[in-house]
Write a protein that binds this ligand. Structure first.
Ligand code: G6P
Ligand code: MG
Length: 213
């Protein structure tokens, strides 16, 4: 029996990867190199500073900590600008209905995201109230694949980890869920999300059967 479902945000509830990409690309261009959409795959589920380090590695730049903090802040200000115009139609197909269905069946809902912008995004999409608990990048000290973000969610919902299912689109997130001793449902490609217990391509027409393990 499953008591709670924990949802990642970026790539599971909405497609913010494209906005992250635009902002990182703008930064890389300013620094004098290019950043491709393929490179962007490496940043999914990765924290802001870790993403910057990967970007700088691609551009073969080494910079001091202070400059890095400035660049990360700059990227974030652009990103915030892009997501500020997000609308409800950017919720990925089926996920809202699926969550409503879970709630009707007394399954608790948490957000488990690395993003420090999650509140802003949930507000723009008008879905803050769907969540019984929100754990995001502002409340954790260790990035996925650490189980911290998911364990915090389970603790706040007062459910045991073995009764939680995590929905994740990033390999590090799936790994984090498994490290938390939870079930992991990968949203996307099985060849990337190797450690997931199950894989779905999206939430359209998904029933609660998926929670049977
Ligand atoms: C999610 C995204 C990452 C992003 C991270 C931090 O995990 O998948 O691409 O870097 O959140 O987001 P933030 O909004 O705090 O920069
Ligand atoms: Mg994600």
């Amino acid at each position: 029996n499953i008591d709670a479902c924990i949802f990642d945000l970026d790539g599971v509830i909405c497609d913010t990867a494209k906005y992250h990409y635009l902002a990182w690309k703008r930064l890389s261009n300013e620094l004098g190199f290019d950043f491709s959409i393929e490179d962007n795959e490496r940043l999914k589920g990765v924290s802001r500073m870790d993403s910057l380090n990967i970007l700088l590695e691609i551009g073969e730049k080494s910079l001091d900590e202070e400059t890095k903090l400035e660049l990360a802040a700059k990227k974030n200000s652009w990103y915030v600008e892009y997501i500020s115009v997000m609308k409800q139609d950017e919720i990925l197909p089926g996920v809202k209905d699926f969550i409503l269905n879970l709630k009707e069946n007394n399954i608790k809902i948490a957000l488990g995201s690395a993003s420090k912008n999650s509140m802003r995004i949930l507000k723009a999409l008008d879905i803050v109230d769907l969540f019984d608990c929100i754990v995001d990048g502002n409340r954790i000290t260790k990035a996925k694949p650490s189980p911290e973000v998911f364990l915090k969610g389970a603790e706040e919902l007062e459910v045991s980890p073995e009764k939680c299912v995590v929905f994740e689109d990033a390999a590090a997130g799936v790994e984090g869920a498994k490290n938390a001793n939870m079930f992991a449902i990968g949203v996307g490609d099985a060849s990337i999300l190797k450690k997931a217990d199950k894989i779905i391509s999206g939430f359209e027409n998904l029933t609660l059967e998926i929670l049977k393990f």
